[in-house]
Design a protein around this ligand. Structure first.
Ligand code: ZN
Length: 369
């Protein structure tokens, strides 16, 4: 993995206590896949069973049904976009932004343990933008994982399809809830094969952000952060920075930046002064390159833009006609995230430039369940 990527790995079938509860999101950091979109390379073959399950359906067909269980869940059609594409991609190759699925005799070099049946692993940027998701199914023996495709009670088998539905839920950002009326419950259940209301509510919380979401603001200094709870430029359809303004020197802006929007009313006879700097603490990875854009009120036109090298603040001072404008804070880097300080000052010359070393909010994070 590269320095801007962390990875989180998760297990499928830990024993958990049954009880009432609600969905749980991964939150360290919160992570989100742009548009809820995964196209997963799928050419699944078990080392002893081959490409088809004992009862007949191919693993590929069962996995495609698991993807559609989320696509077709009530209310999720516009929020997630899951599909399979023919071809083999090693599910332990986590550094190429290609999503894969497969059976493996160990979990990417680590022996399978306990009652784990499968693990979903994701790579994400420091701001929580998921760049890759992989699913590894256990295949060390048919005693430990007796795979078949089974509807209803599983009997002596482990149902590949419902475990796939569970792992795909992890790729979307869900953790194990305390309540058992969910496909994301940590233990496979005979009576739950597709996403339940609790699972659907969790995915809706992650992906239905009501973008754009401008924050009413005046002349002030604000502390906020960029992370996966924010809309992406691609969610909003925001013009790419540098299309006009002062960012044309940047040759390769990346899409999929998290964005905060601030709505500002500019009185007559004043300039709009904006300064953005990182306040994130961390190890110094270039996870956030402060970039500010100023737009007209309906976000259709960029009126100004500034970015800076990773060691500085971004600032703008624009002479504009009186009216309402939107200030966007973002990073040059796709998925870059950090805490920041934004100063908005509709008075001439009042914005003091404050420079601070760029610091990283997140390095790499690894955990396994
Ligand atoms: Zn799980």
């Amino acid at each position: 993995m590269d320095v801007r990527t962390g990875i989180v790995v998760l297990g499928a079938t830990l024993l958990g206590a049954t009880g009432a509860g609600a969905f749980v999101l991964f939150d360290d950091p919160l992570t989100r896949r742009p548009g809820g979109e995964y196209t997963i390379a799928t050419q699944i073959s078990h080392p002893t069973l081959g490409a088809t399950s004992p009862s007949g359906p191919s693993w590929d067909a069962a996995f495609a049904e698991a993807l559609d269980a989320w696509n077709d869940a009530p209310g999720l059609g516009a929020l997630v976009d899951l599909s399979a594409t023919p071809g083999f991609e090693g599910p332990c190759d986590d550094d190429d932004d290609v999503h894969g699925v497969g059976f493996e005799a160990d979990f990417c070099g680590v022996p399978w343990g306990g009652t784990t049946l499968a693990i979903a692993a994701r790579s994400f940027t420091p701001g929580g933008l998921v760049t890759e998701g992989n699913i590894v199914f256990r295949a060390d023996s048919l005693v430990n994982a007796n795979w078949d495709v089974v509807a209803g009670p599983q009997g002596a088998f482990d149902d590949f399809r419902r475990v796939a539905v569970h792992e795909i839920g992890h790729l979307l950002g869900l953790d194990h809830p305390p309540g058992s009326n969910a496909i994301m419950f940590a233990t496979v259940q005979d009576g739950v094969e597709v996403p339940q209301a609790d699972d659907i509510a969790g995915v809706t919380t992650i992906y239905d952000l009501g973008c754009p979401d401008p924050i009413a603001s005046g002349s002030q200094t604000l502390d906020d952060s960029l992370d996966a709870t924010d809309c992406l430029d691609t969610d909003i359809g925001l013009p790419v920075p540098g299309a006009v303004g002062d960012c044309t020197q940047i040759s390769s802006f990346e899409a999929n930046s998290f964005v905060d929007l601030y709505e500002v009313a500019l009185p007559a006879g004043e300039t709009l002064d904006v300064t953005l700097r990182s306040t994130g603490a961390g190890g110094g990875d270039p996870v956030f390159n402060p970039t500010v854009q100023v737009f007209n009120a309906n976000l259709s036109s960029e009126l100004g833009c500034d970015w800076n090298n990773p060691m500085g603040a971004a600032s703008l001072s624009l002479a504009l006609t009186p009216g309402t404008y939107v200030v966007a804070t973002r990073s040059v880097f796709a998925g870059g995230g950090t805490n920041y300080e934004l100063t908005i000052a509709p008075e001439p010359g009042s914005a003091a430039l404050v420079f601070a070393a760029l610091t990283a909010l997140w390095g790499t994070a690894t955990r396994r369940r």
